[in-house]
Ligand binder design. Structure first.
Ligand SMILES: Cc1cc2nc3c(=O)[nH]c(=O)nc-3n(C[C@H](O)[C@H](O)[C@H](O)COP(=O)(O)O)c2cc1C
Length: 140
């Protein structure tokens, strides 16, 4: 499953740390893997695992007051996981090389800023594959 949501104003480093520590524990208990991108006030997250684990986790995430206006981009069966290394991995995309990130935004959304709301499911997936720290060490 891939979705986006909007962070509340003032969301800070401690919030992100809290989200990540809870995600790592909870997701590993239910066999979820994935990536959480944060930038430009937006979250883009991919959750991989059983339909039940994804549904239950997503419903809990929706209740979280640290974000709002979530939109499901895609929820579909896949042949295999892509983010097996991460129970959840945060990529703060604003912190990476601006030049390379701009190239990726342009490549996948035709925008100069991080704009996942304009991206198709396939574009979101490819974008996240390219920024996955487990595979993109030389790229980003
Ligand atoms: C954008 C976003 C993504 C989140 N992703 C996850 C996640 O993948 N797994 C998870 O358990 N909680 C995630 N959370 C946190 C949940 O909303 C919730 O705070 C947490 O699961 C509560 O855990 P607890 O019941 O162990 O305290 C996310 C929150 C936000 C705002």
């Amino acid at each position: 499953m891939i979705y986006i949501s909007r962070a509340v104003p003032g969301l800070g480093y401690q919030d992100l740390r809290d989200i990540m520590s809870k995600s790592e524990v909870n997701n590993s208990h239910v066999g979820l893997t994935g990536l959480l991108c944060f930038g430009n006030g937006l979250f883009l997250q991919i959750l991989e695992g059983s339909r039940l684990a994804i549904s239950q986790t997503y419903h809990r995430i929706l209740q979280d007051p640290r974000h709002h206006s979530a939109e499901i981009i895609v929820f579909e069966p896949v042949l295999h996981r892509e983010f097996v290394q991460w129970s959840m991995k945060l990529v703060q995309i604003d912190e990476n090389s601006p030049e390379k990130m701009r190239r990726l935004y342009w490549k996948y959304s035709g925008e100069v800023d991080f704009a996942p709301q304009t991206m198709t499911p396939a574009q979101c997936l490819q974008f996240m594959l390219e920024i996955d720290p487990a595979r993109s060490l030389a790229k980003v």
